[in-house]
Write a protein that binds this ligand. Structure first.
Ligand SMILES: [Zn+2]
Ligand SMILES: [Zn+2]
Length: 424
């Protein structure tokens, strides 16, 4: 059938396939006229065809399609109502589906949502068969109509907004599984942390078993039993009833390095059932519970793009480092450390080269002051561009970092204590 076939002729073809409900009839003309629902379209077309039917009966049309019309002229036997052979009567069951959705959403805190649908194989097949007969010029899919009809009703009942782009919750009407499936999108919490005790920034699984538990990790599945992430997430997970978090830091320190200045982060909370947090209270609670270990401030709800922004932020960093030396130096020797000002060539450190590309980076030392403590110990305060491997700047990493504290002092040098004291 071509698009030149008239609307009523097309409607006749649709109704000749068996009983077709108003929604399914109207949906074949969804792209004609706006301001109507498919049910309206179907009703209108059926009425028009009923008029014509009375004037001149079209025997091909399945009589059940006019079961609730009372004809004056047409001598036809009363016909019983049948189930729509396209949708199986699903549009009469929309309220039941909506009730199920409301039930599943109970207790879930959200403002925006979006409804999707997965029709059964059978529905999709029925639709295809109908399209083969009646064409697809002005159609809409049954999947779209179910989603929209459920969405409209839910919106009314819940008084929440539909958001197609970034909904907080996606409600999937899975007809194949006869289930309502929820996808609860994450929330993103920005903040700044200080790390006052040695620990990794993020959860760290055991390398041997990757978290399953083995002899090496004493069946804990862990390499370290805590982390900045876990200390920050604990009370937040409790409050939001989320199932897990992802931690996005603006760079990181090694396990043994403290961060006594504020480092930006975004905590992504997965599948939160609650989305309102009193951040002032939360800050106080976290800081009280983990006093002397981890400190947070400026907690705030942010949008997803903040993750990228925080991760990509390139800020200068200042460290204080206690360095131990293999050979004795004299007090005046520490002046030679000024030679480190300027560009440092840093080849990917030995300790990370197995998981990073082996390349040479150029990073600048922006300022350095040093203090002689004793003949084999000095203290340095050093500011560098983002991305400097600071331990290697001290040790020289077997010549992979040049120049280094070790090379300018002509002795082996090792970090004894390292603290981040300023970022940005
Ligand atoms: Zn139908
Ligand atoms: Zn293990």
């Amino acid at each position: 059938m071509s698009s030149k076939t008239g609307v009523l002729d097309k409607a006749r073809i649709v109704l000749s396939t068996g009983y077709v409900c108003d929604n399914c009839l109207g949906r074949q003309f969804a792209q004609l006229l706006t301001g109507f629902g498919n049910k309206d379209r179907g009703e209108t077309l059926r009425k028009a065809l009923a008029f014509e039917q009375e004037l001149k009966e079209d025997k091909k049309i399945d009589k059940s399609n006019f079961h609730d019309f009372k004809f004056r002229q047409l001598k036809t036997k009363d016909s019983k109502k049948k189930e729509c052979h396209v949708c199986g009567g699903i549009f009469e069951k929309i309220d039941i589906i909506v009730d199920k959705c409301v039930f599943e959403l109970k207790g879930l805190e959200f403002d925006t949502f979006h409804v999707g649908a997965t029709p059964t194989e059978e529905l999709l097949k029925n639709e295809e068969v109908l399209w083969e007969d009646a064409g697809i010029d002005f159609v809409e899919s049954i999947k779209t109509e179910i989603s929209r009809e459920v969405g409209k009703k839910l919106q009314k009942i819940l008084k929440k907004e539909v958001d197609l782009k970034q909904p907080e919750v996606v409600v999937l009407v899975n007809l194949e599984k006869n289930a309502i499936e929820l996808t609860i999108n994450p929330i993103y919490i920005y903040g700044k942390y200080k790390k006052l005790k040695p620990m990794p920034q993020t959860k760290w699984h055991c390398y041997e078993c990757r978290g399953l538990g083995c002899k090496v990790c004493n069946y804990t599945g862990r390499k370290y039993d805590t982390s900045v992430q876990e200390k920050i997430e604990e009370l937040i997970l409790k409050k939001t009833e989320g199932i897990d978090t992802k931690f996005h830091g603006a760079g990181r320190e090694d396990v043994d390095v403290l961060c006594k200045t504020n480092r930006d982060f975004v905590l992504e909370v997965l599948q939160p059932r609650k989305r309102t947090i009193d951040f002032k209270k939360m800050e106080i609670a976290i800081n009280k519970k983990y006093k002397g270990e981890v400190e947070v401030k400026d907690l705030a709800m942010v949008e997803k793009p903040k993750v990228q922004e925080v991760k990509e932020s390139k800020k200068e960093k200042t460290y204080t480092v206690i360095v131990s030396l293999e050979d004795d130096i004299k007090k005046e020797d520490i002046k030679t450390l000024n030679e480190l000002l300027g560009t440092i060539n840093q080849q990917t450190p030995e300790r990370v080269v197995h998981r990073r590309a082996d390349i040479i980076r150029k990073r600048k030392v922006l300022s350095i002051t040093s203090k002689f403590i004793e003949k084999r110990k000095i203290e340095i305060e050093i500011t560098t561009e983002a991305g400097m491997y600071i331990k290697e700047l001290i040790s020289g990493d077997g010549g992979r970092t040049r120049p280094s504290v070790s090379s300018v002092l002509s002795t082996k040098a090792k970090v004894e204590n390292l603290v981040v004291v300023n970022i940005g």
